[in-house]
Unconditional design. Structure first.
Length: 185
C-alpha cells in the first residue's frame, strides 16, 4: 500500500492532535449550550467511520449513535456523482442534540442532502463536524460548525476516505499515484 502513496498531506500525529482539539471544543460548547443533555452522534458512512471513532472517544458526554449511509463517489470516481441516501438508522431525533459527522466536505452535495432531512426530524440542536474541507467555493458555501482541516482541492484517501472502497485503513491522509488509481480501478 505504501508504494501507492504520492504524498502525505496529513500525518496521523497531526490528525490526532486536531481531533483532540475538536473534541474538546465540541464538549465545551455542548456543555455550555445544553448542560448535561445527551448527544446523538450521526456519522455519515462509510467515510466518517474512523474519524467518528476517534472523535467520540474524546467526548465524555452521554451519547447514542445513529447511522446514515450516503453514496456520492460510487466506485472509481474522483468527483462527486450526486449524493444518495442508501440507508439510515436514526431513531427519533425529536428534541435531541445531534452532532452530524462527515469525513470531507467537497461539492457539498452530501451535507446539502442530509442536513435538511435531519432538520425535518425536529432535533433540539444540530451541529455539523467535518474532518476535511476542500478549498472550493461549493464547500465553503455549506454552513458547518467544526472543520478539522482546510485542504487543497485534491483527491485524498486514508483515515476513512477511500478510492473504490480501498485505502480507508491508511492512518494518514494522502494522495495516490496515478499508477495506484489505475491499479485499483
Ligand atoms: P460532497 O458530497 O461532494 O461534499 O462529498 C462528500 C463525500 O464524497 C464525502 O463524504 C466522501 O465520501 C466523498 N469524497 C469527497 N472528496 C473525496 C476525496 O478526496 N476522497 C475520497 N472521498 C471523497
Ligand atoms: Mg462520505
Amino acid at each position: 500500500m505504501h508504494a501507492d502513496i504520492e504524498k502525505v498531506l496529513l500525518p496521523q500525529a497531526q490528525i490526532a492532535d486536531r481531533v483532540a482539539a475538536l473534541a474538546a471544543q465540541i464538549t465545551a460548547e455542548h456543555l455550555a449550550a445544553a448542560g448535561d443533555a445527551e448527544l446523538m452522534i450521526v456519522p455519515i458512512l462509510t467515510g466518517a467511520m474512523i474519524f467518528c471513532g476517534d472523535l467520540i472517544r474524546r467526548i465524555p458526554i452521554a451519547m447514542r449513535i445513529g447511522l446514515c449511509t450516503v453514496s456520492s463517489y460510487p466506485g472509481q470516481s474522483l468527483r462527486s456523482q450526486g449524493s444518495q441516501v442508501l440507508s439510515q438508522q436514526l431513531g427519533d431525533l425529536r428534541g435531541r442534540h445531534v452532532l452530524l459527522i462527515d469525513d470531507i466536505l467537497d461539492s457539498g452535495g452530501t451535507l446539502s442532502l442530509v442536513i435538511p432531512r435531519l432538520r425535518e426530524m425536529s432535533p433540539a440542536s444540530l451541529r455539523v463536524c467535518v474532518l476535511l474541507r476542500k478549498n472550493r467555493p461549493e464547500a465553503r458555501a455549506v454552513g458547518v460548525d467544526y472543520v478539522g482541516f482546510d485542504i487543497p482541492d485534491e483527491f485524498v484517501v486514508g483515515y476513512g476516505l477511500d478510492y473504490n472502497n480501498y485505502y480507508r485503513n491508511l492512518p494518514d491522509v494522502v494522495t495516490l499515484t496515478p499508477q495506484a488509481i489505475r491499479a485499483k480501478s
